[in-house]
Design a protein around this ligand. Sequence first.
Ligand code: DSN
Length: 448
Amino acid sequence: MMDDISKTDPEVYALLKKELERQQHGLEMIPSENNVSKAVLQAMGSVFTNKYSEGYAKKRYYGGNQFVDEVELLAIERAKKVFNVAHANVQPYSGSPANFAVYMAVCQPNDTIMGLHLPDGGHLTHGFKASCTGQLFNSIPYHVRKDGYIDLEEVERLAMEHKPKLMWVGYTAYVREFPFEKMARIADKVGAYLAADIAHISGLVASGVHKSPSPYAHIVTTTTHKTFRGPRGGIIMVTQKGLDKDPELANKIDKAVFPGLQGGPHDHTTAAIAVALKEMMQPEFKTYCEQIVENSRALAKSLMGSGMEVVTGGSDNHMVLVSLTKFGKGKGIFAQEALDEANITMNKNTIPGDPSSPFYPSGVRMGTPSLTTRGMKEKEMELVGKWIADVIKEIKDFELPEDKKEIGNYLKAFKEEIKENKKILEIRNSVIKLCRKFPLYPGFDVLR
Ligand code: DSN
């Protein structure tokens, strides 16, 4: 029972070691990923995982929750302080369940809701048709303009026409400042609830590097990984403005989370969220977030200097979106696979007005939170931007077959071919060298 995993389960142990090695020797540039501290990992791998705690602090269904209560209350108090909100629920299992709870709290099935269209940078749970939020509600998507910025004129026109019950501001592939104030003006005009989903930028908001939605939105949701740099989890917050609109809003949110949508909270995650929130309160976290944005800007500049087309011509946050349409449509998959081969991880992504499909989009999305956690700065971003551009140039002539049935085999052959590409192999060696200079978890075994 008390034996080390290396002895009890060598198979899983070997996989943990391989994953640590992969993270150590690669550039993690998926903008929604990050590397948590040792303290966060310790809280996650703790005995709080053994407990059941349905209910809320001091009102649990089972006994033995005195310390779970304390840790949950600590996380709540810290979240309220860090985000300047009136109420926080730290139990959502992640961002999507948090957003579902918002619908359950303020909407009825078939109510009208508005969010940014997924191919334009919105999230699945903001009413996209493949998500239950696009099926159970009357979803009216809004869009970005050709220049990549939110089309606020369209938002206003659609809101006036459809009178939504709930509007979302907050995005998963949007590189500019989120327009909280302007969206609030529209939501207030039509009497809608405004929910700000700050999952991607919550670290930047907490540190004041991005404007806060707190004065403008009624509800704020976030994941606790990404720029938050905590465990995988979610938080729903209610602002003072939300309570002024509906004094019952906090209770409605709590009831929607439990018993509405979830059972027992993941107490080890709650403990780790509390730890991450404490880290967010330190002055170093602000410096970290400022560097994330500096790095994004330096990355965008380097990419553009190497001939890449960057959506909106830069970045205000942690993310850069590269359009590959100058090389043709649907090139994102080739770029993602080739960059993976060079130990640079990012994801294919749609770009504004994408001529292809969300499955085979024409861009790649990348971010700097993880690289910044490792200590990399502008100098490294310049290098990394050049490497990314060089890899993309290697694959620019590959074309997706018109016949969908042929795509699978074509991609298989493509992957074999890029394994032999000398330039990509050369870049991978340089990536590994750079990563060694910025160790992720020095002296760390999988067991801490
Ligand atoms: N999957 C997340 C992202 O990468 O942005 C959003 O849920």
